[in-house]
Design a protein around this ligand. Structure first.
Ligand code: LMR
Length: 334
């Protein structure tokens, strides 16, 4: 090769490398809810902060509402590196072989979000994230949505009202146990399929936060809602470990900062998002909203107690005791 050709090749390669160096790092952030939810708004806030803090060296592409992947697929896509970031409900880690996250599915475990926040920010939350690493996943943060309410096309006021109903749940063995303890039939289903299944009567009801119900228009196909506050929807924001470990340290530091600020934002807005969604559901006049009286709530809570014994082996006695201690301390402070 003549010297001129060699020099031209070197310059071309240098230009290519320089161009490559200018290419932003792309973070595909896939999730299954609309932008108008605590998680949807948190993803958008993370995108804004991540792109600003890295001065454009990172580009976050958000794919909301199961556009790219739905429930089960999204975890597989993350492990394959087809997407870099997710924020699935912690009820959905069972199929990944990490069932300990289902501890958050135990009914009536929490009655206020502050104790929940203390649990996920403490040793329990950190210990659960450690379990994800052998799966090629890094846990970055926990985002809160809200307390779950039941809906169905018949009033749900007493335990007997659940008899024989098909109730949609997330892919969690403890949620299966919960719905059976209510005397109903659990049906695991992807979040993106729930509206149609309710509309067609494939399932009779489901449990979710008001913001999830409203943004999926479930109130249009559910005549009755019971404010039972019997469980929580909590998310783990996770990234593909290979991608995360390969990031330049300064970019990773900026993303950690962006994640911390967007996490605080999600916890700050979650309650209002759900309160506002409930107001809109009531205003739509499609669903009769019933507040479960505390006397009846005590009956439901008692009926759920055997689940704690039954699943202690799965979630770990130490984890259960640590959570119950935090919840008790939180109640004492009220
Ligand atoms: C559900 O599947 O009901 C929820 O986990 C959806 C979500 O991500 O909030």
């Amino acid at each position: 090769m003549k010297l001129v050709q060699f020099a031209a090749a070197v310059i071309a390669f240098a230009l290519f490398t320089a161009a490559q160096a200018q290419q932003p790092v792309v973070v595909k952030f896939s999730h299954v809810v609309t932008d108008e939810t605590p998680k949807g708004k948190g993803a958008i806030r993370f995108k804004e902060l991540a792109e600003a803090k890295t001065k454009g060296r990172v580009k976050v592409e958000i794919y909301p509402n199961s556009q790219l992947y739905k429930d089960r697929e999204e975890l597989e896509a993350l492990q394959l590196g087809a997407v870099q970031m997710l924020a699935p409900s912690v009820s959905k880690f069972g199929p990944l072989g990490v069932r300990k996250f289902e501890v958050f599915d135990l009914p009536y475990m929490f009655d206020d979000e502050r104790s929940l926040e203390r649990v996920v920010e403490g040793p329990v939350g950190k210990g659960l994230f450690k379990l994800l690493e052998p799966k090629g996943i890094v846990g970055l943060a926990y985002w809160f949505n809200g307390f779950k309410e039941f809906t169905a096309n018949k009033p749900l006021r007493k335990l007997d009202d659940f008899k024989g109903l098909k109730i949609r749940i997330q892919s969690s063995k403890i949620l299966e146990g919960e719905i059976k303890a209510f005397g109903a039939i659990p049906q695991v289903m992807a979040f993106s399929e729930v509206y149609t299944a309710l509309q067609q009567g494939v399932v009779d009801g489901e449990e979710n936060t008001p913001s999830n119900k409203y943004t999926q228009k479930m109130h249009e196909v559910q005549k009755h809602m019971t404010l039972s506050d019997h469980g929580v929807v909590m998310y783990a924001v996770i990234v593909n470990k290979k991608f995360w470990d390969a990031l330049p340290a300064d970019i990773r530091r900026s993303l950690v900062e962006a994640m911390a600020e967007s996490t605080q934002y999600v916890w700050d807005i979650a309650k209002k998002e759900n309160d506002d969604a409930l107001v809109k559901i009531k205003a739509a006049k499609t669903t009769d909203v019933y507040v479960l009286p505390s006397t009846e709530k005590a009956v439901w809570r008692k009926a759920m107690l055997p689940l704690y014994q039954e699943y202690e082996g799965v979630v770990g006695k130490d984890t259960l005791q640590a959570i119950e201690k935090t919840v008790a301390q939180s109640s004492a402070k009220k």
